[in-house]
Design a binder for this molecule. Structure first.
Ligand code: FE2
Ligand code: FE2
Length: 141
């Protein structure tokens, strides 16, 4: 978690960071369920995680990422993070349907994705966006 630049004082970045915490907790539950080798329980845990992850990534994409795309400096990073959203969603769907061997790879990818946002994109956005831009982000977040 970024604790240097004050980016969490921006409402939506604070909300996204809090949602990351819930997502990481649900990720831990899924890892423990996969280890228990109970297929039905894995499906429930995976659905619970998807219920947190899907609305979170959709909100990032329609609010903060859409605004950052207006600045060419962020286009590549935002494109990569959107690609990761798709990949993470696909991996989670596969785990839910029984591909439990994907769990370690999925966990690393999801933790790296969150780290990239909290310690890269969010602090950079806090510096780059002005008040009007944040109004637009908050209006659709
Ligand atoms: Fe994301
Ligand atoms: Fe995120």
């Amino acid at each position: 978690m970024c604790s240097y630049c004050g980016c969490q004082a921006i409402e939506i970045l604070g909300r996204f960071t809090a949602e990351h915490e819930d997502i990481v907790n649900a990720l831990g539950d899924l890892r423990r369920t996969v280890a228990s080798m109970d297929d039905a329980a894995v499906e429930v845990s995976a659905r619970t995680l998807a219920g947190l992850l899907d609305p979170h990534t959709a909100s990032e994409e329609r609010s903060l990422f859409t605004e950052l795309r207006r600045d060419g400096e962020f286009t590549d990073e935002v494109d990569q993070l959107c690609g990761e959203h798709d990949g993470l969603g696909d991996q989670l769907t596969a785990i839910a349907s029984g591909r439990h061997e994907l769990m370690p790879e999925f966990e690393v990818a999801l933790r790296r994705h969150i780290d990239r946002e909290e310690n890269g994109l969010f602090p950079a956005a806090a510096i780059a966006l002005d008040g009007e831009a944040w109004d637009r982000v908050h209006a659709v977040g």
